[in-house]
Design a protein around this ligand. Sequence first.
Ligand SMILES: Nc1ncnc2c1ncn2[C@@H]1O[C@H](COP(=O)(O)OP(=O)(O)OP(=O)(O)O)[C@@H](O)[C@H]1O
Ligand SMILES: [Mg+2]
Length: 649
Amino acid sequence: MESTTRLDASQVEEDRYRLLVDAIADYAIYMLDTDGRVTSWNAGAERFKGYTRDEILGEHFSRFYTEEDRAAGKPARALETAEAEGRFEAEGWRQRKDGERFWAHVIIDPIRRPDGTLLGYAKITRDLTERREAEEILRRSEQQFRLLVQGVTDYAIYMLDREGRVSNWNAGAERIKGYRPEEIIGEHFSRFYSPEDRAAGLPQRGLATAMREGRFEKEGWRVRKDGSRFYAHVIIDAIKGDDGEVIGFAKITRDITERREAQRELELAREALFQSQKMEAIGQLTGGIAHDFNNLLMAVLGSLELLRKRMPPDPRLTPLIDNAVQGAERGAALTQRMLAFARKQELKLEPVRLNELVASMTGLLQPSLGPGIVIETDLPDDLPAVQSDPSQLEVALLNLAVNARDAMGENGAIRFTARPETVATVQHGGLAPGNYVHLAVSDTGEGMDAETLARATEPFFTTKGVGKGTGLGLAMVHGVAAQSGGQLRLSSKPGEGTTAELWLPVGGQAAKADAAPAAAPEAPTPRLKVLAVDDDNLVLVNTAYMLEDLGHTVVQAGSGAEALEILGAGEPFDLIVTDQAMPQMTGLQLAEHVAAGWPGLPLVLATGYAEVSPDADPGLARLAKPFTQKDLAVAIARAARPASPRSPA
Ligand SMILES: Nc1ncnc2c1ncn2[C@@H]1O[C@H](COP(=O)(O)OP(=O)(O)OP(=O)(O)O)[C@@H](O)[C@H]1O
Ligand SMILES: [Mg+2]
């Protein structure tokens, strides 16, 4: 009874094993006899080898091998190994019933009786095809990824260990930083930083941030192997292991020096454009105001002049008139500066020798400076002549020198230096290519902060207080330089003095300094019948008074059309004095009609600002506004003597 129970129990256990083995579908579990023939077969074996139990029992297991492996004797060797070593384990290709191959993991264990004799083999096979495929895909993608990272040349991509030592290096890193992999792997990445940044602890801070926040991103200067610097965009990402601990860092660096440079150029260009547009707008405004004021002041001055002439000398009245004249003259001088800034001044461009100009100007200036202020000049003797208006240029230099003086206390130095310069390409601010003389006026004064510097040439900008500075000094210098085809550039820092650079175009042979000025003809001119034309009645009346005072007979016309009407009526005239800037018909247009209809009738053209190019018609007598009675007399004398050759100014 007891033995039966034990037998039953072992039977039950065996059945359980069988059920278990049969149920396993993921492993082929079966037995071989000592020759290698199949003696049992489970569900897993059937599933992935494709044979049913009936088909395979008694067959030799070598049929699961590929033909090549069979030919090479692998099945027999597997059994030998299992018997000799107690176990055989391998991976390799096997064949299903339908001939399809699969990648198998195989274990063969020998089965022995208690006395040691061999009974057969237990064989466990697993289909690893899918896993192998997945591994293969992973391997290939890793390889491709490595090739990709390796091949990227625009980005330095590399890794650091936890301490910041370089652990790999791609082609981009080599290209950008200049180190070969064998030179740099194992080195600390802080060597890519500048000494200042290293001293300031920047590399460590970058790593600490990446460690703490997972990521660090910044732009800054880095150093190549050859010591040159480049502007880098840097990302450091922390790399975490499976346990979440940081095991190192991925670093991506891009060289953005060029992009940064291009951006800065763009900003500068934009800034320059904005500045020039602003100046242009202010220029037009200033020019317009100055033009109108000029006409008003001319009328005031002209009338005062005549009044002084006609009035009997009276000590109670004369000083008042003198005072009024002085005030009006100061106003006229201001409008001149405004016109100069607006580049609307009548410039008499001619070759100017700066050496002589500076010498005479400093001679003029010296007495007004205290004993503690010295003037130094350093101009080469063979400096080429520049193309400008000598008297305006002298005023410009005086303005610069006065600014220098105002910026210094009791002691200091004003220095004039000059050298020839060639501009090869178009520069910011629009200096055309060509030859220039670079004249610098520098002082050791208080200098300017950036804000003052940016606005210094703006008209009416002054830091000198109401009534002290007009803020038109530099505006005038700027205008004269620009109108001469050159430029004014200022550089200054608080406490480091100021340098004003005048760039003036080289031009022609300078006239001899002592050349006699065109002699003003003091010879009495005959009494003439003059037609005066101006659309501004105030100016017209003033001109007419001046002409009458000179002894001429005057007929007034308020426009070109009216003038032509008067001429057309047949009245004979000896001379026409006309304003240029008139609506409908300009002075030049009137001159054309006159030349066509009344050939030989002389004409004086009064121009308030440079709206007529100086060489428009060299035959015309030109009169710059505002003009005095004497200026008018000279112009008339020149125009009314057609026999004498008219010198083209
Ligand atoms: N050499 C210089 N050193 C320091 N600041 C200067 C210098 N030149 C000009 N500036 C600054 O630029 C401003 C404008 O100069 P600008 O010559 O146009 O007018 P101003 O000197 O104030 O008046 P004005 O010329 O009519 O006397 C000055 O008020 C001053 O703040
Ligand atoms: Mg000034």
